[in-house]
Design a protein around this ligand. Structure first.
Ligand code: ADP
Ligand code: MG
Length: 239
């Protein structure tokens, strides 16, 4: 078997006395859409913040394409090929949609022309090309979420971390989002997705990991995980 694209071993994060991520080990293979699920506060966003170097790791380690990521700054991790979106979308509000995506494209080029070219290609891919000259501030939520994905894509990732990119969207926007994420994977990018909408998770993911209190409670195919008693209990409570 080939080496996984991404591996975490015994990954642990303490915030003072709170252990937000607890000895979490998992791997993601190249080309997969891997779902990370769990109730609110279970540590999903913290896992992303550890992967992209936003928080220092308390213990354990993370490997990506043969590199150990521990201790690297976020910009270096981004340059190595890990892109991410944020749960709370924060576009650069004074800039246009195109400018927002161009700033992300500077991750792999210093040329303004090249970054504009890359940004246009990504906006086209994300269905935002006709909005390129609008101010990011005025975009409706569905388009802001898409812009967030476009910015992450423009950094040129091999691994993309998506944090609740469907929350608050209409069913049609969710369906469009599912199609977009499939196209992202088909373009050769591996995806780890955090999402609460079960329909989205079940239809997109090759494998799922469910955590609670920062710990693994189940891992496997979407059907296996969704029907696992520990997962049902974590979401619905013991009764
Ligand atoms: P999820 O994304 O699964 O909802 P989070 O990763 O945001 O969960 O949070 C996991 C736990 O870690 C929660 O108890 C949260 O309050 C705590 N936490 C997250 N970030 C911080 C932080 N910067 N400082 C202190 N506690 C934090
Ligand atoms: Mg979160």
């Amino acid at each position: 078997m080939s080496t996984p694209l991404f591996e975490s071993h015994q990954l642990t994060k303490d915030f003072g006395g709170l252990r937000a991520v607890n000895e979490l080990s998992f791997h993601v293979n190249e080309g997969e859409i891997f779902g990370l699920i769990g109730p609110n506060g279970s540590g999903k966003t913290t896992v992303f913040n550890l992967i992209n170097g936003y928080y220092p790791i308390t213990s354990g380690h993370i490997r990506f394409q043969g590199h150990t990521l521990n201790g690297l700054p976020t910009w270096k991790i981004c340059k190595l090929g890990i892109g991410r979106t944020f749960q709370i979308v924060k576009p650069l509000r004074r800039m246009t949609v195109l400018e927002n995506v161009m700033t992300a494209a500077f991750n792999h080029t210093e040329s303004v022309a090249r970054s504009r070219e890359k940004a246009m290609e990504v906006l086209d891919f994300c269905g935002l090309a006709d909005r390129k000259d609008e101010s990011a501030r005025g975009l409706p939520l569905g388009h802001r979420k898409r812009l967030e994905i476009a910015r992450a894509l423009a950094t040129g990732p091999k691994l993309l971390l998506l944090d609740e990119t469907m929350a608050g969207l209409t069913p049609q926007e969710q369906a469009d989002g599912v199609a977009l994420i499939r196209r992202i994977r088909d373009s050769g990018i591996t995806v780890i997705i955090v999402e609460h909408i079960m329909r989205v998770i079940m239809s997109l993911c090759d494998r799922l990991l469910c955590i609670n209190y920062g710990q693994r409670i189940a891992e496997g195919s979407p059907e296996e995980v969704a029907n696992h008693p520990a997962v049902i209990e974590a979401y619905l409570g013991k009764d």
